[in-house]
Design a protein around this ligand. Sequence first.
Ligand code: BG6
Length: 458
Amino acid sequence: MKYAFPDNFWWGSASSALQTEGAREGETTWDDWFAREPNRFHNGVGPQQTSTFYQHWKTDIQLLKQLNHNSFRTSISWARLIPDGIGEVNPDAVDFYNQVIDELNEQGITPFITLFHFDMPMAMQEIGGWENRDVVDAYARYAQICFELFGDRVLHWFTFNEPIVPVEGGYLYDFHYPNVVDFRRAATVAYHTVLAHAKAVQAYRAGHYAGEIGIVLNLTPSYPRSQNPADVKAAHVADLMFNRSFLDPVLRGEYPADQVALLKSYDQLPACKPEDGFLIAEGKIDLLGINYYQPRRVKCRDSAVNPQAPFMPEWFFDSYEMPGRKMNPYRGWEIYAPGIYDILINLRDNYGNPRCFISENGMGVENEQRFIENGQINDQYRIEFISEHLTWLHKGISEGCNCLGYHMWTFIDNWSWCNAYKNRYGFIQLDLETQQRTIKKSGEWFAATALNNSFEKE
Ligand code: BG6
């Protein structure tokens, strides 16, 4: 069967500044953390060892062209642009981003730009990071500077990439700096991120720029083990905590009332100011980026909560390992392609069918060298992964969902935070020693799909 996509569908991939650029100027939390605890990073590989986009941006954009991308998302590094977060703008950074943006446009590849992809300037973390409202204001200033510098040529902006991840990693589950485990502080970080987002949207609207502004959220549909009310309730709370805490403010302009009530009853609400509600209402977006990797399966808890243990989302649910689920064993994530369709239908039916696109989807695999045939990685598993997800995406579009494109994570194999180079996601293989780039089979498959705006699958 042939799966054809609407005209002007966005075909591309996503990456981020810190994971690709290298040649770091301006310290981030990752540089600081790596200097102190290199053991936290796979094989002791830190954020300096990336895919050298800072040096190779021009030839890398040629490769994007070869993959028939019509769009590409990357981020601006706040720490590179404004090394101390609040002061002078670094002219070298302005030159670099100007060159990248201009070259993308010249090659017919529409730049999609994220303002914050997990890379807090260290100077901002030292004053409390997202726990401090001064950092919210510093971020709003940074956003405004970016709009002024690049807003004439960048028409698709994203305030944050997966803002729930620094909350989970940094303040609940100990996989990002500053490795705090404290729900109320996590809630404050999440809340201030929403305020920062809204302030950036406000600044964008005030500048009357020609483009649009949105956010990228990692949506993990919550599936209950069964239709037993206890399981259904568990899935609902997980959905509130991990999806709706950002989805509702940016699409509806307010938080779900039952989420606020739940946190209030456990005395976990962040401090709010009376004017915050108006600000949040002004943060409604034009375009939603959806990152989809895995579903969340949950069941009700079988055991009582330890009242001495830190308050956690898991006080309300347990994760559920569905028998027979298909796993990506390298990342430990379930592969469930219909999830992409369920997300789109939920947006269509419950959020007014917003303009959206899949901003990340992907599969990280370890030791891909074992699949080399005639000098090229034959990653058939990735082609299957993409085509399965695309068939469900296609079904969503045919049922009226307003999904405008599909971007893969990622372009060239890049540095994956604490996993460093353990799992590779790219359309293009990176030789870490030589920095040589070689297109994988999946890259060729994607290039053909983008060119034809369609693909065939049985
Ligand atoms: C997304 C992020 O969470 O998934 C990327 O936007 C990240 O930055 C990607 O690299 C894959 O996850 P990971 O943790 O395997 O690198």
